[in-house]
Design a protein around this ligand. Structure first.
Ligand code: SF4
Length: 338
């Protein structure tokens, strides 16, 4: 166990965690919602320091990042627990464990040096903190991020965007890119499906953009839950007006087979995804992508000015047709970080 950052001790011996917007008040010997932080005598400790539940060498497109170092490899790591309880979770085996404390003995402790060595040794240009919510393991990940940065690697988070302002400020100097799940524009969805709130996510998206961290957004379109076209249209308007139209938006198809609690739901009809794609383009979102529809041409990057094909994607194969991040036809920037 390692002492946690971001908390205060209350007079009654409880500890208030300030790491994410749940702000859990945690009694002695109890854990917060994410199960990763435990109160021990008024002090808060993280259970997950050094705990890696999964690691893979992934194409960066799989995270997904389409405008950040396209065609590169990301050394992807995940831990245990989550501060959300999404019914649709695809990684529930590691994110929705019943107790982190009870299964800790199943994992050996991996130091940050080894993560960085493995990333470099496997020709990865970045480390992706993914699979479960990286926020809840921030003490460990900050140590990895510092070392990664010192060794020329980029740091990428795949996140639900629910971290506190204090957490954001601490990770910003080391964070190169982040993909945030904007699951819906309906607070009821966040309440009922994720046990969370929409507003902190929207606030954090704006802060990340202001900080000029590379940002991409993903929305999983779930039939009957997050496929309302007006709500999707509100997300498109939010991206175009409150963030920036150059923020890539990934519209993903839902698959019941791999979801935690929605196994009886149908897969998303492709019509609704294509409809949302067109609405987003009309709203001024320049880079819209469909996800989980293999071989679809709407996974490609087209020039927002002249519509020339710039990056062709087939699965995770990437064919660059641009010239140094610019359109070969009209020379417009394609807003790519190399
Ligand atoms: S990080 Fe965990 S313990 Fe802390 S406020 Fe969020 S859910 Fe609660």
């Amino acid at each position: 166990m390692k002492k946690a950052k971001f908390y205060k001790t209350n007079q009654d011996g409880s500890a208030q965690c300030l790491l994410c917007n749940h702000n859990c008040v945690i009694q002695n010997k109890q854990t917060g919602i994410c199960l990763n932080r435990i109160n021990n005598g008024g002090n808060l400790y993280t259970l997950g320091y050094g705990v890696i539940s999964a690691q893979n060498i992934d194409p960066i497109e799989k995270k997904p990042f389409f405008h950040f170092m396209p065609g590169s490899l990301a050394f992807s790591i995940g831990s245990l627990g989550c501060n959300f309880k999404c019914d649709n979770c695809q990684n529930y085996a590691i994110s929705q464990v019943k107790s982190i404390e009870k299964i800790l003995d199943n994992f050996s402790n991996i130091n940050p040096e080894r993560i960085v060595e493995e990333a470099i040794g496997n020709d990865c240009q970045s480390i992706a903190y993914t699979y479960n919510e990286p926020t809840i393991n921030v003490e460990y990940y900050l140590d990895v991020m510092r070392l990664a940065q010192a060794n020329g690697l980029k740091n990428l988070w795949v996140s639900n965007g629910y971290m506190s302002n204090e957490c954001l400020k601490e990770i910003f100097p080391y964070l190169d890119a982040i993909n945030i799940d904007l699951k819906s524009f309906d607070n009821n969805f966040y309440n009922n499906i994720c046990s969370a709130r929409l507003e902190p996510v929207l606030d954090n998206l704006k802060k990340i953009k202001q900080e000029q961290i590379h940002l991409e957004i993903t929305t999983l379109i779930i039939p009957g839950l997050s496929d309302n076209i007006e709500t999707l249209s509100q997300i498109a308007d939010f991206i175009a007006s409150e963030l920036d139209g150059d923020t890539p938006w990934h519209l993903s198809k839902f698959s019941p087979d791999i979801s935690w609690k929605l196994k009886n739901f149908p897969p998303t009809g492709e019509d609704i995804i294509y409809q949302a794609y067109e609405i987003a383009k009309d709203a001024g979102v320049k880079y819209v992508y469909v996800g989980n529809i293999p071989g679809d041409q709407k996974e490609n990057t087209y020039c927002p000015r002249c519509n020339e094909l710039a990056i062709r994607r087939l699965g995770y194969h990437v064919e660059r047709l641009d010239q140094n991040g610019h359109c070969i036809q009209c020379d417009r920037s394609l807003d790519i970080v190399e």
